[in-house]
Structures are given as structure tokens and as C-alpha cells.
Design a protein around this ligand. Structure first.
Ligand code: ADP
Ligand code: MG
Length: 353
């Protein structure tokens, strides 16, 4: 009987995985794969309180809005800083994913959240998904979802190390037997790298560049190990002395220098996690290597740098930006099998006997 009911449920509802990232929100739909991939940005008209744009359109407004419109990134440093706006964003993206078709059964939703988030924040995520139309909401830690998305053998008695470098936070986690054995969450990730570039250009060239420009520089010539061919890029900004527009040529060496303190912090934190990892698991990690996910993993030369500094092989996920969403999708297929790794709220746990 249960089997038949489940079959109907599957026919009549969309089961969905969400990677609620600080930089990008992805929606995975069972049977269809990733159906939404948009920047986590919402533009709000402050006069009317109305949402003007969500996603790519809102991101293109960053730094270009008239005074009464603000482009908000509702998730700062991996946590929900603006609950209402997050809910609007999730609701809009779910609506788009399901083409607004009202389901007979609310979808089952698996949401990835940064590791180490508080119970209050977990509740906020749950409420946001519920209010956006979710039936059941299951929460999974992002590094765990990333590991599943990378098909690492997380349920086996084998140590797996994952570093998920997102926009607001980097999650470093050691996973074995379906549990997080050691973890560290730091606020040094893609956004910080972009800020590093802005500060460097300001200090070295006395030119102020915008966030979007700095991000383009990071993607284009951001390399933390010397490249075979030197890279360069012309950028425009405001000369801080004359106040007028000015162009400057940046090279990969500039960016390397700009990013070096952040890279050092990232590697130091990884070292700390390794130092507290039990020896058997550590030995697995040395054999199997460290796995990188998240957009920050795309910085050129990053795997080589970590490998050089820590003496452990480093692998980058095939599609680092979608690993968490794909992992959430895999969990969706077998919620029972993965039941133990999902996060439960204290007050939702069955009473202790
Ligand atoms: P989150 O999970 O926090 O939403 P993502 O995993 O989506 O973050 O990664 C977003 C970050 O990755 C941004 O800071 C973005 O600038 C960075 N990023 C994306 N592509 C690249 C690239 N090719 N090189 C360097 N950084 C990149
Ligand atoms: Mg992420």
C-alpha cells in the first residue's frame, strides 16, 4: 500500500533540492536536474517595499541602483540576514521551477545550509521553504551535500575531506560513516577574494573599481600559482586623486599578491582541521586527497597551491558550482537511506525515552 501511495506522491508532486548559497541559489528537480541557477540577489523598491527583480536581473543592478532601489543579498556569510527577502526569493524560484503549477502534495524539499549554523537559522530556512510552498523540508549541511554530489563514499568507514569555497563562507569538513567528524567554517571565500582585489587596486594604483569589475578580474586573471602564460586585463575605475575615470592594466601577479593573505588563512584553517583529525582518517585523506567544491574552487592554481602547502593531493569537483545542488538531488532520491545525515531540529526530534 505504502508503495502505491509513494508512486502517486511522486507523480503528483515535484521533489526539489535547493542550494541556498550566499552567491547563487540553485534548484534541482527530481527527474529533470538543475532547473534554476540564479544569483542570490533581490532588488527591492524601498518606497513601496516591492520586489523589483530577482536573480541575474537584480545582480546586474548591484552598484547601479537609484537611491530608492536597493539590491539586497539576503544571505550574508552563509546565514539568512534578511528573512523576508530570502523567503520571497525562495518562493519565486520554486514557483519558476514548478512553472507555478499547484501541486496536490506540496513538494518534498531538501535544502543545503552551511555547516555549523544555529538552530534558529535552521528554523528560518525551514520556515522560508514551508512558506514558499514546500510540504516536507529536510535540511542537509552543504559540505555533506557537496561530498554526495561529488560521489564520495561518505557512508563508508573512510575519511573524506571536502572544502566548499562559496561566496560568503568556506566550509572545510572531514566526513566518515555518514557523519561530519571535523569541520570549520570561515568567512573567507569568494566575496572576500573580490574585496581583496578592490583594496589592492585602491592601495597600489589609487583607483576605485566596482564589485562587478573586481569579480570579472578574479574570474579572468585570478591565479594563485604562477601560470605558464602571464595573464592581464584592463580595468576602468575612478582615479582617487583626480576623481576622473582611469584605466589600468592588472596582471595575474597583482591578483596573486592581492589574494595571498586570504589564501594563507584558507590553508591555515585547513591545516588546523587536519591537525585535529584522528590518525586513521587522516591517513585516508592523505591517500585519497582533498576535494574542492564551490565557485571559489575555480580560482586558477588553487589546487596546486593547497597541494604544495599541505603535501596532500587536491581534486576539484567536475562542476564545483553545482555539487551541492546535485548532492541534494541524490539525497532526494533516497530520503530514507540518507535519513541519518539530515539535520533535525531539537524540538522536532522524538522525545527521549
Ligand atoms: P555560494 O554557495 O556561497 O552561493 P558559489 O559556490 O556559488 O557560492 O560560488 C560563488 C563564488 O564563486 C563567487 O564569489 C564567484 O565570484 C566565485 N567564482 C565563480 N566562478 C569563478 C571562477 N571562474 N574563478 C574564481 N571564482 C569564481
Ligand atoms: Mg555553496
Amino acid at each position: 500500500m505504502a508503495g502505491l501511495k509513494e508512486k502517486f506522491r511522486r507523480m503528483l508532486s515535484h521533489d526539489i533540492g535547493i542550494d541556498l548559497g550566499t552567491a547563487n541559489t540553485l534548484v534541482y528537480m527530481r527527474g529533470r536536474g538543475i532547473v534554476v541557477n540564479e544569483p542570490s540577489v533581490v532588488a527591492v523598491n524601498q518606497k513601496t517595499g516591492q520586489v523589483v527583480a530577482i536573480g541575474t536581473e537584480a545582480k546586474s543592478m548591484l552598484g547601479r541602483t537609484p537611491p530608492h532601489i536597493v539590491a539586497i543579498r539576503p544571505l550574508v556569510e552563509g546565514v539568512i540576514s534578511d528573512f523576508e527577502v530570502t523567503e520571497e526569493m525562495v518562493s519565486y524560484l520554486l514557483e519558476r521551477a514548478t512553472h507555478g503549477s499547484r501541486k496536490l502534495w506540496g513538494p518534498r524539499v531538501v535544502v543545503g545550509v552551511p555547516s555549523g549554523i544555529t538552530n534558529v537559522e535552521i528554523r528560518a530556512v525551514r520556515d522560508a521553504a514551508r512558506n514558499a510552498g514546500a510540504g516536507e523540508v529536510h535540511i542537509i549541511e552543504e559540505p555533506m551535500a557537496a561530498a554526495i554530489g561529488m560521489r564520495l563514499p561518505i557512508m563508508e568507514p573512510v575519511g573524506n575531506m571536502v572544502i566548499d569555497i562559496g561566496g560568503g563562507t568556506s566550509d572545510i569538513a572531514v566526513i566518515s560513516l555518514g557523519g561530519v567528524v571535523r569541520a570549520k567554517n570561515l568567512r573567507i571565500a569568494g566575496d572576500r577574494f573580490t574585496e581583496d582585489i578592490i583594496s589592492y587596486v585602491r592601495n597600489q594604483f589609487k583607483i576605485l573599481i566596482g564589485e562587478k569589475t573586481a569579480e570579472m578580474v578574479k574570474h579572468g586573471i585570478g591565479a594563485v600559482c604562477p601560470m605558464d602564460e602571464p595573464l592581464e586585463m584592463a580595468v576602468k575605475g575612478r582615479d582617487l586623486i583626480t576623481g576622473l575615470p582611469k584605466e589600468v592594466i592588472l596582471t595575474d601577479t597583482d591578483i596573486r599578491e592581492a589574494l595571498s593573505p586570504s589564501m594563507e588563512s584558507l590553508i591555515d584553517s585547513t591545516r588546523q582541521v587536519l591537525e585535529s583529525t584522528p590518525p586513521e582518517i587522516l591517513s585516508d585523506i592523505i591517500d585519497r586527497g582533498i576535494f574542492l567544491a564551490g565557485g571559489g574552487a575555480l580560482i586558477k592554481g588553487l589546487p596546486e597551491l593547497i597541494e604544495l602547502e599541505l603535501g596532500i593531493p587536491v581534486h576539484v569537483a567536475i562542476e564545483p558550482l553545482t555539487a551541492v545542488a546535485r548532492g541534494a538531488g541524490i539525497v532526494l532520491e533516497d530520503l530514507q537511506g540518507f535519513g541519518d545525515i539530515l539535520i533535525q531540529n531539537e524540538d522536532e526530534l522524538p522525545p527521549k525515552k
